[in-house]
Design a protein around this ligand. Sequence first.
Ligand SMILES: NC(=O)c1ccc[n+]([C@@H]2O[C@H](COP(=O)([O-])OP(=O)(O)OC[C@H]3O[C@@H](n4cnc5c(N)ncnc54)[C@H](O)[C@@H]3O)[C@@H](O)[C@H]2O)c1
Ligand SMILES: O=C(O)C(=O)C[C@]1(C(=O)O)C=C[C@@H](O)C=C1
Length: 370
Amino acid sequence: MEQQIEKIHIVGLGLIGGSIALAIKQEFPAITIAGYDINQSQTEIAKTLTVIDEIAADQFDGIETADIIILATPVEQTLSIIAALSSLSLKESVIITDVGSTKQKISNHAASVFGGNVQFIGGHPMAGSHKSGVIAAKAHLFENAFYILTPMEHTSRESIGILQHVLKGTKAHFVEMTPAEHDEVTGIISHFPHIVAASLVHQAGRFEDNHPVIKRLAAGGFRDITRIASSSPAMWRDILLHNKEKLLALFDDWRYEMDRVRELVDELDGDALFSYFQEAKDFRDGLPEREKGAIPSFYDLYVDVPDYPGVISEITGYLAIEEISITNIRIIETREEIYGVLRLSFQTDVDRERAQKCIEKHTDYKTFFS
Ligand SMILES: NC(=O)c1ccc[n+]([C@@H]2O[C@H](COP(=O)([O-])OP(=O)(O)OC[C@H]3O[C@@H](n4cnc5c(N)ncnc54)[C@H](O)[C@@H]3O)[C@@H](O)[C@H]2O)c1
Ligand SMILES: O=C(O)C(=O)C[C@]1(C(=O)O)C=C[C@@H](O)C=C1
Protein backbone atom coordinates (compact mmCIF):
# COMPACT_ATOMS: atom_id res chain seq x y z
CA MET A 1 0.00 0.00 0.00
CA GLU A 2 1.75 3.18 -1.27
CA GLN A 3 0.02 5.70 0.98
CA GLN A 4 0.78 5.30 4.68
CA ILE A 5 -2.46 5.58 6.67
CA GLU A 6 -1.71 7.11 10.04
CA LYS A 7 -4.96 8.82 11.08
CA ILE A 8 -8.65 8.18 10.53
CA HIS A 9 -11.37 10.66 11.45
CA ILE A 10 -14.87 9.30 12.08
CA VAL A 11 -17.94 11.49 12.25
CA GLY A 12 -20.79 9.63 13.92
CA LEU A 13 -19.82 7.21 16.69
CA GLY A 14 -22.86 4.96 16.78
CA LEU A 15 -23.34 1.30 15.98
CA ILE A 16 -21.67 1.43 12.57
CA GLY A 17 -19.07 4.12 13.16
CA GLY A 18 -18.08 2.43 16.40
CA SER A 19 -17.98 -1.06 14.89
CA ILE A 20 -15.82 0.11 12.00
CA ALA A 21 -13.47 1.86 14.43
CA LEU A 22 -13.15 -1.35 16.47
CA ALA A 23 -12.55 -3.45 13.36
CA ILE A 24 -9.87 -1.10 12.04
CA LYS A 25 -8.15 -0.91 15.44
CA GLN A 26 -8.16 -4.69 15.75
CA GLU A 27 -6.31 -5.01 12.44
CA PHE A 28 -4.19 -1.86 12.56
CA PRO A 29 -3.57 -0.84 16.21
CA ALA A 30 -1.01 1.77 15.11
CA ILE A 31 -3.59 3.84 13.23
CA THR A 32 -4.88 6.76 15.28
CA ILE A 33 -8.66 7.04 15.26
CA ALA A 34 -10.21 10.39 16.11
CA GLY A 35 -13.95 10.65 16.43
CA TYR A 36 -16.78 13.05 16.95
CA ASP A 37 -20.44 12.52 17.65
CA ILE A 38 -23.05 15.26 17.91
CA ASN A 39 -24.24 13.44 21.02
CA GLN A 40 -21.46 14.20 23.50
CA SER A 41 -22.26 11.18 25.64
CA GLN A 42 -21.69 8.91 22.64
CA THR A 43 -18.29 10.49 22.11
CA GLU A 44 -17.38 10.06 25.76
CA ILE A 45 -18.54 6.43 25.83
CA ALA A 46 -16.55 5.78 22.64
CA LYS A 47 -13.41 7.17 24.29
CA THR A 48 -14.06 5.29 27.52
CA LEU A 49 -14.53 2.03 25.63
CA THR A 50 -11.34 2.82 23.63
CA VAL A 51 -13.37 2.70 20.43
CA ILE A 52 -11.51 5.89 19.51
CA ASP A 53 -8.08 7.17 20.51
CA GLU A 54 -8.88 10.88 20.36
CA ILE A 55 -12.00 12.98 20.82
CA ALA A 56 -12.45 15.63 18.14
CA ALA A 57 -13.71 18.81 19.79
CA ASP A 58 -16.12 19.32 16.89
CA GLN A 59 -17.02 17.55 13.66
CA PHE A 60 -13.87 18.73 11.91
CA ASP A 61 -11.36 19.25 14.72
CA GLY A 62 -8.05 17.87 13.44
CA ILE A 63 -9.64 16.59 10.22
CA GLU A 64 -7.05 18.38 8.10
CA THR A 65 -4.48 15.77 9.13
CA ALA A 66 -6.71 12.76 8.50
CA ASP A 67 -5.78 10.27 5.79
CA ILE A 68 -9.27 8.77 5.75
CA ILE A 69 -12.56 10.36 6.78
CA ILE A 70 -15.50 8.08 7.56
CA LEU A 71 -19.00 9.57 7.75
CA ALA A 72 -21.19 7.33 9.90
CA THR A 73 -24.23 9.50 10.54
CA PRO A 74 -27.83 9.21 9.37
CA VAL A 75 -27.80 9.81 5.63
CA GLU A 76 -29.43 13.23 5.69
CA GLN A 77 -26.71 14.41 8.07
CA THR A 78 -24.09 12.88 5.79
CA LEU A 79 -25.20 15.23 3.02
CA SER A 80 -24.67 18.34 5.15
CA ILE A 81 -21.31 17.11 6.41
CA ILE A 82 -20.11 16.52 2.85
CA ALA A 83 -21.09 20.08 2.00
CA ALA A 84 -19.14 21.40 5.00
CA LEU A 85 -16.07 19.28 4.16
CA SER A 86 -15.77 20.89 0.73
CA SER A 87 -14.73 24.22 2.28
CA LEU A 88 -12.02 22.73 4.50
CA SER A 89 -8.34 22.24 3.69
CA LEU A 90 -7.93 18.48 3.78
CA LYS A 91 -4.95 16.31 2.91
CA GLU A 92 -4.51 16.16 -0.86
CA SER A 93 -4.51 12.36 -0.70
CA VAL A 94 -7.45 12.15 1.69
CA ILE A 95 -10.04 9.43 1.08
CA ILE A 96 -13.59 10.19 2.19
CA THR A 97 -16.17 7.45 2.59
CA ASP A 98 -19.56 7.01 4.20
CA VAL A 99 -21.53 4.03 5.47
CA GLY A 100 -25.01 5.22 4.54
CA SER A 101 -27.78 2.78 3.68
CA THR A 102 -28.57 4.82 0.57
CA LYS A 103 -26.10 5.86 -2.09
CA GLN A 104 -27.56 7.85 -4.99
CA LYS A 105 -28.25 11.13 -3.21
CA ILE A 106 -25.00 10.96 -1.29
CA SER A 107 -22.92 10.08 -4.33
CA ASN A 108 -24.52 12.76 -6.51
CA HIS A 109 -23.98 15.33 -3.76
CA ALA A 110 -20.36 14.28 -3.29
CA ALA A 111 -19.73 14.52 -7.02
CA SER A 112 -21.22 18.02 -7.21
CA VAL A 113 -19.37 19.21 -4.09
CA PHE A 114 -15.97 17.57 -4.52
CA GLY A 115 -15.80 17.23 -8.29
CA GLY A 116 -12.68 15.31 -9.16
CA ASN A 117 -10.61 16.92 -6.40
CA VAL A 118 -11.31 14.42 -3.64
CA GLN A 119 -11.34 10.65 -3.63
CA PHE A 120 -14.88 10.01 -2.35
CA ILE A 121 -15.94 6.36 -2.17
CA GLY A 122 -19.52 5.62 -1.17
CA GLY A 123 -19.70 2.70 1.24
CA HIS A 124 -22.36 0.57 2.85
CA PRO A 125 -21.67 -2.40 5.10
CA MET A 126 -24.62 -4.78 4.62
CA ALA A 127 -24.81 -5.83 8.24
CA GLY A 128 -25.96 -4.19 11.38
CA SER A 129 -28.59 -4.45 13.99
CA HIS A 130 -31.83 -2.98 15.22
CA LYS A 131 -29.72 -1.57 18.04
CA SER A 132 -28.14 1.85 17.94
CA GLY A 133 -25.31 3.63 19.64
CA VAL A 134 -21.65 2.91 20.27
CA ILE A 135 -22.60 0.67 23.20
CA ALA A 136 -23.85 -1.88 20.64
CA ALA A 137 -20.74 -1.62 18.46
CA LYS A 138 -18.76 -4.81 17.81
CA ALA A 139 -15.54 -5.38 15.88
CA HIS A 140 -17.01 -8.50 14.24
CA LEU A 141 -20.33 -6.93 13.27
CA PHE A 142 -19.50 -7.12 9.57
CA GLU A 143 -17.78 -10.49 9.50
CA ASN A 144 -18.77 -12.40 6.36
CA ALA A 145 -21.15 -9.66 5.32
CA PHE A 146 -21.02 -7.83 2.02
CA TYR A 147 -19.52 -4.34 2.13
CA ILE A 148 -20.86 -2.42 -0.87
CA LEU A 149 -18.69 0.26 -2.42
CA THR A 150 -20.02 2.75 -4.96
CA PRO A 151 -16.90 4.50 -6.32
CA MET A 152 -17.25 7.61 -8.47
CA GLU A 153 -16.14 7.77 -12.10
CA HIS A 154 -12.81 9.41 -11.22
CA THR A 155 -12.12 7.31 -8.12
CA SER A 156 -8.71 5.66 -8.50
CA ARG A 157 -8.27 1.91 -8.12
CA GLU A 158 -5.43 2.75 -5.71
CA SER A 159 -7.83 4.63 -3.39
CA ILE A 160 -10.31 1.76 -3.50
CA GLY A 161 -7.49 -0.65 -2.67
CA ILE A 162 -6.34 1.51 0.23
CA LEU A 163 -9.86 1.75 1.66
CA GLN A 164 -10.43 -1.98 1.35
CA HIS A 165 -7.07 -2.62 3.00
CA VAL A 166 -7.85 -0.32 5.93
CA LEU A 167 -11.27 -1.96 6.30
CA LYS A 168 -9.73 -5.45 6.18
CA GLY A 169 -10.45 -5.86 9.89
CA THR A 170 -14.19 -5.87 9.18
CA LYS A 171 -13.69 -9.30 7.57
CA ALA A 172 -16.41 -8.28 5.14
CA HIS A 173 -16.52 -9.10 1.45
CA PHE A 174 -16.26 -6.05 -0.79
CA VAL A 175 -18.50 -5.65 -3.81
CA GLU A 176 -18.83 -2.66 -6.12
CA MET A 177 -22.00 -1.42 -7.74
CA THR A 178 -23.47 1.79 -9.05
CA PRO A 179 -25.39 3.99 -6.62
CA ALA A 180 -28.58 3.40 -8.63
CA GLU A 181 -28.24 -0.37 -8.49
CA HIS A 182 -27.40 -0.14 -4.79
CA ASP A 183 -30.54 1.82 -3.95
CA GLU A 184 -32.70 -0.54 -5.99
CA VAL A 185 -31.30 -3.71 -4.41
CA THR A 186 -31.24 -2.40 -0.84
CA GLY A 187 -34.70 -0.95 -1.35
CA ILE A 188 -35.94 -4.51 -1.97
CA ILE A 189 -34.01 -6.42 0.70
CA SER A 190 -33.69 -3.80 3.41
CA HIS A 191 -35.59 -0.55 3.13
CA PHE A 192 -39.01 -1.89 2.16
CA PRO A 193 -38.86 -4.77 4.68
CA HIS A 194 -38.35 -2.16 7.39
CA ILE A 195 -41.51 -0.39 6.23
CA VAL A 196 -43.40 -3.69 6.32
CA ALA A 197 -42.10 -4.50 9.81
CA ALA A 198 -43.19 -1.14 11.16
CA SER A 199 -46.57 -1.43 9.39
CA LEU A 200 -47.25 -4.80 11.02
CA VAL A 201 -46.56 -3.23 14.41
CA HIS A 202 -48.96 -0.39 13.60
CA GLN A 203 -51.58 -2.92 12.52
CA ALA A 204 -51.25 -4.83 15.79
CA GLY A 205 -51.43 -1.55 17.67
CA ARG A 206 -54.71 -0.65 15.97
CA PHE A 207 -56.26 -3.88 17.24
CA GLU A 208 -54.87 -3.63 20.75
CA ASP A 209 -57.87 -1.66 22.02
CA ASN A 210 -60.16 -4.58 21.13
CA HIS A 211 -57.61 -7.21 22.13
CA PRO A 212 -55.43 -5.96 25.02
CA VAL A 213 -53.84 -9.39 25.23
CA ILE A 214 -52.16 -8.88 21.83
CA LYS A 215 -48.82 -7.75 23.28
CA ARG A 216 -48.65 -10.63 25.71
CA LEU A 217 -49.55 -13.23 23.13
CA ALA A 218 -47.12 -11.93 20.50
CA ALA A 219 -44.87 -14.95 19.97
CA GLY A 220 -41.84 -15.89 17.84
CA GLY A 221 -43.38 -15.18 14.47
CA PHE A 222 -44.49 -11.64 15.19
CA ARG A 223 -41.35 -10.90 17.17
CA ASP A 224 -39.05 -12.24 14.45
CA ILE A 225 -40.65 -10.39 11.55
CA THR A 226 -40.91 -7.12 13.52
CA ARG A 227 -37.46 -7.16 15.18
CA ILE A 228 -36.23 -4.47 12.78
CA ALA A 229 -39.12 -2.21 13.75
CA SER A 230 -37.00 -1.49 16.84
CA SER A 231 -34.38 0.23 14.67
CA SER A 232 -33.52 3.92 14.84
CA PRO A 233 -36.44 6.11 13.68
CA ALA A 234 -34.05 8.90 12.64
CA MET A 235 -32.03 6.50 10.52
CA TRP A 236 -35.08 5.05 8.76
CA ARG A 237 -36.75 8.42 8.27
CA ASP A 238 -33.67 9.53 6.36
CA ILE A 239 -33.34 6.32 4.37
CA LEU A 240 -36.92 6.56 3.11
CA LEU A 241 -36.46 10.23 2.24
CA HIS A 242 -33.34 9.33 0.26
CA ASN A 243 -34.80 6.39 -1.62
CA LYS A 244 -38.25 7.74 -2.47
CA GLU A 245 -38.42 6.80 -6.15
CA LYS A 246 -37.35 3.18 -5.69
CA LEU A 247 -39.65 2.79 -2.68
CA LEU A 248 -42.70 4.23 -4.45
CA ALA A 249 -42.25 1.54 -7.10
CA LEU A 250 -41.97 -1.08 -4.36
CA PHE A 251 -45.20 0.16 -2.74
CA ASP A 252 -46.94 -0.44 -6.07
CA ASP A 253 -45.36 -3.87 -6.34
CA TRP A 254 -46.39 -4.66 -2.77
CA ARG A 255 -50.00 -3.68 -3.47
CA TYR A 256 -49.96 -6.11 -6.41
CA GLU A 257 -48.49 -8.81 -4.14
CA MET A 258 -51.12 -8.25 -1.44
CA ASP A 259 -53.94 -8.21 -3.98
CA ARG A 260 -52.59 -11.48 -5.40
CA VAL A 261 -52.60 -13.22 -2.01
CA ARG A 262 -55.92 -11.66 -1.05
CA GLU A 263 -57.46 -13.17 -4.17
CA LEU A 264 -56.11 -16.64 -3.32
CA VAL A 265 -57.61 -16.39 0.18
CA ASP A 266 -60.87 -14.97 -1.13
CA GLU A 267 -61.14 -17.89 -3.56
CA LEU A 268 -60.04 -20.40 -0.87
CA ASP A 269 -57.50 -21.65 -3.42
CA GLY A 270 -55.67 -24.07 -1.13
CA ASP A 271 -53.31 -25.41 -3.76
CA ALA A 272 -52.23 -21.95 -4.83
CA LEU A 273 -51.77 -20.89 -1.20
CA PHE A 274 -49.66 -23.96 -0.54
CA SER A 275 -47.49 -23.14 -3.55
CA TYR A 276 -47.27 -19.53 -2.38
CA PHE A 277 -45.75 -20.57 0.93
CA GLN A 278 -43.65 -23.38 -0.53
CA GLU A 279 -42.00 -21.07 -3.07
CA ALA A 280 -41.32 -18.51 -0.33
CA LYS A 281 -39.85 -21.23 1.90
CA ASP A 282 -37.62 -22.50 -0.90
CA PHE A 283 -36.28 -19.00 -1.59
CA ARG A 284 -35.74 -18.16 2.10
CA ASP A 285 -34.08 -21.53 2.81
CA GLY A 286 -31.82 -20.89 -0.18
CA LEU A 287 -30.35 -17.71 1.29
CA PRO A 288 -26.61 -18.23 1.85
CA GLU A 289 -26.12 -18.78 5.56
CA ARG A 290 -22.41 -19.08 6.10
CA GLU A 291 -20.76 -18.12 2.81
CA LYS A 292 -20.61 -14.60 1.50
CA GLY A 293 -23.90 -12.81 1.39
CA ALA A 294 -26.91 -12.91 3.61
CA ILE A 295 -25.86 -13.80 7.09
CA PRO A 296 -28.25 -14.48 9.90
CA SER A 297 -28.52 -11.50 12.18
CA PHE A 298 -28.13 -14.00 15.02
CA TYR A 299 -26.84 -17.51 15.57
CA ASP A 300 -29.19 -19.46 17.82
CA LEU A 301 -28.30 -22.14 20.34
CA TYR A 302 -31.05 -24.17 21.99
CA VAL A 303 -30.58 -25.46 25.54
CA ASP A 304 -32.81 -28.03 27.25
CA VAL A 305 -33.07 -26.71 30.78
CA PRO A 306 -34.93 -27.85 33.89
CA ASP A 307 -37.83 -25.49 34.49
CA TYR A 308 -36.85 -23.95 37.83
CA PRO A 309 -36.35 -20.31 38.94
CA GLY A 310 -32.75 -19.15 38.41
CA VAL A 311 -31.91 -21.51 35.55
CA ILE A 312 -31.56 -18.57 33.15
CA SER A 313 -29.18 -16.69 35.46
CA GLU A 314 -27.27 -19.95 35.97
CA ILE A 315 -26.67 -20.22 32.23
CA THR A 316 -25.92 -16.52 31.67
CA GLY A 317 -23.59 -16.61 34.66
CA TYR A 318 -21.45 -19.31 33.07
CA LEU A 319 -21.37 -17.39 29.79
CA ALA A 320 -20.43 -14.17 31.58
CA ILE A 321 -17.44 -15.91 33.22
CA GLU A 322 -16.11 -16.66 29.74
CA GLU A 323 -17.16 -13.21 28.42
CA ILE A 324 -19.49 -14.64 25.79
CA SER A 325 -22.07 -12.00 24.89
CA ILE A 326 -25.66 -12.92 24.04
CA THR A 327 -27.78 -10.87 21.66
CA ASN A 328 -31.09 -12.41 22.68
CA ILE A 329 -32.49 -14.97 25.10
CA ARG A 330 -35.95 -16.48 25.28
CA ILE A 331 -37.75 -19.55 26.60
CA ILE A 332 -39.43 -20.78 23.44
CA GLU A 333 -41.12 -23.98 24.60
CA THR A 334 -42.41 -25.40 27.82
CA ARG A 335 -42.88 -29.15 27.76
CA GLU A 336 -45.41 -31.01 29.92
CA GLU A 337 -42.73 -32.44 32.18
CA ILE A 338 -40.14 -30.30 33.94
CA TYR A 339 -38.11 -29.20 30.91
CA GLY A 340 -38.09 -25.96 28.93
CA VAL A 341 -36.00 -24.85 25.95
CA LEU A 342 -33.89 -21.73 26.13
CA ARG A 343 -33.05 -20.08 22.80
CA LEU A 344 -29.81 -18.13 23.15
CA SER A 345 -28.87 -15.88 20.21
CA PHE A 346 -25.32 -14.82 19.39
CA GLN A 347 -23.86 -12.32 16.93
CA THR A 348 -21.52 -14.90 15.36
CA ASP A 349 -21.29 -18.66 15.06
CA VAL A 350 -17.93 -18.44 16.84
CA ASP A 351 -19.68 -17.05 19.93
CA ARG A 352 -22.34 -19.74 19.63
CA GLU A 353 -19.80 -22.55 19.51
CA ARG A 354 -17.92 -21.08 22.48
CA ALA A 355 -21.21 -20.90 24.40
CA GLN A 356 -22.07 -24.50 23.56
CA LYS A 357 -18.69 -25.67 24.91
CA CYS A 358 -19.10 -23.48 27.99
CA ILE A 359 -22.60 -24.82 28.84
CA GLU A 360 -21.54 -28.41 28.24
CA LYS A 361 -18.53 -27.84 30.50
CA HIS A 362 -20.56 -26.45 33.40
CA THR A 363 -23.82 -28.38 33.06
CA ASP A 364 -25.32 -31.60 31.74
CA TYR A 365 -27.99 -29.68 29.81
CA LYS A 366 -28.44 -30.83 26.22
CA THR A 367 -27.58 -28.15 23.66
CA PHE A 368 -28.24 -28.10 19.95
CA PHE A 369 -28.40 -25.84 16.91
CA SER A 370 -29.27 -26.34 13.26
N1 LIG B 1 -27.94 0.16 11.82
C1 LIG B 1 -27.63 -0.60 10.79
O1 LIG B 1 -27.97 -1.80 10.75
C2 LIG B 1 -26.86 -0.02 9.63
C3 LIG B 1 -26.23 -0.90 8.74
C4 LIG B 1 -25.51 -0.35 7.69
C5 LIG B 1 -25.45 1.02 7.50
N2 LIG B 1 -26.10 1.84 8.38
C6 LIG B 1 -25.98 3.29 8.15
O2 LIG B 1 -24.97 3.76 9.03
C7 LIG B 1 -25.24 5.10 9.41
C8 LIG B 1 -25.20 5.20 10.93
O3 LIG B 1 -26.16 4.30 11.42
P1 LIG B 1 -26.00 3.66 12.88
O4 LIG B 1 -26.74 2.37 12.87
O5 LIG B 1 -24.58 3.67 13.28
O6 LIG B 1 -26.84 4.70 13.74
P2 LIG B 1 -26.57 5.18 15.24
O7 LIG B 1 -27.78 5.94 15.63
O8 LIG B 1 -26.13 4.04 16.08
O9 LIG B 1 -25.33 6.15 15.07
C9 LIG B 1 -25.41 7.35 14.36
C10 LIG B 1 -24.66 8.38 15.18
O10 LIG B 1 -24.52 9.57 14.43
C11 LIG B 1 -24.62 10.65 15.32
N3 LIG B 1 -24.91 11.85 14.55
C12 LIG B 1 -26.07 12.22 13.99
N4 LIG B 1 -25.90 13.39 13.33
C13 LIG B 1 -24.60 13.75 13.50
C14 LIG B 1 -23.80 14.84 13.06
N5 LIG B 1 -24.32 15.82 12.31
N6 LIG B 1 -22.49 14.87 13.40
C15 LIG B 1 -21.96 13.90 14.16
N7 LIG B 1 -22.66 12.83 14.62
C16 LIG B 1 -23.96 12.77 14.28
C17 LIG B 1 -25.71 10.24 16.29
O11 LIG B 1 -25.62 10.95 17.50
C18 LIG B 1 -25.41 8.76 16.47
O12 LIG B 1 -24.59 8.51 17.58
C19 LIG B 1 -26.59 5.46 8.81
O13 LIG B 1 -26.38 6.22 7.64
C20 LIG B 1 -27.20 4.10 8.44
O14 LIG B 1 -28.04 4.20 7.31
C21 LIG B 1 -26.79 1.36 9.45
O1 LIG C 1 -29.71 -6.59 11.08
C1 LIG C 1 -30.51 -5.66 11.12
O2 LIG C 1 -31.25 -5.44 12.10
C2 LIG C 1 -30.63 -4.76 9.96
O3 LIG C 1 -31.69 -4.27 9.71
C3 LIG C 1 -29.41 -4.48 9.17
C4 LIG C 1 -29.69 -3.82 7.84
C5 LIG C 1 -30.69 -4.66 7.07
O4 LIG C 1 -30.46 -5.87 6.96
O5 LIG C 1 -31.68 -4.13 6.58
C6 LIG C 1 -30.23 -2.48 8.06
C7 LIG C 1 -29.78 -1.40 7.41
C8 LIG C 1 -28.56 -1.45 6.68
O6 LIG C 1 -28.34 -0.49 5.76
C9 LIG C 1 -28.02 -2.74 6.42
C10 LIG C 1 -28.46 -3.80 7.10
